[in-house]
Design a binder for this molecule. Structure first.
Ligand SMILES: [Zn+2]
Length: 102
């Protein structure tokens, strides 16, 4: 059974993620095409934590973008869910709160 404060925390986390997603979408829509291309060229396959290059690494059939400098690993939602298993309550909650449809 979920405690009331946990349900409240999850509710507000979902609201905050949705608010930030909409803001990011608005900011992105305001960018000019050459600015979008410049951002992608600068940041694509770079670690958001340390800036080192990410390298694709296949694990259990899924491509994981791995930073071999700081240890960060980045994968898409489908791969995350399938690697964690469908019965993992905590990880499924993380996916539920942080994923969104484009
Ligand atoms: Zn890194």
């Amino acid at each position: 059974m979920q405690k009331p404060h946990e349900a409240e925390e999850e509710y507000f986390a979902k609201l905050e993620v949705e608010k930030r997603r909409k803001l990011a979408e608005k900011k992105h829509a305001e960018l000019k095409t050459h600015e979008v291309e410049a951002l992608r060229e600068t940041h694509f396959m770079h670690c958001p934590e340390c800036g080192a290059n990410l390298e694709p690494f296949v694990f259990k059939g899924f491509s994981v973008n791995k930073c071999f400098h700081c240890g960060g690993a980045f994968l898409n939602t489908e791969a995350f869910q399938r690697l964690c298993g469908e019965d993992n309550k905590f990880l499924n909650l993380v996916v539920e709160i942080f994923q969104f449809k484009k």
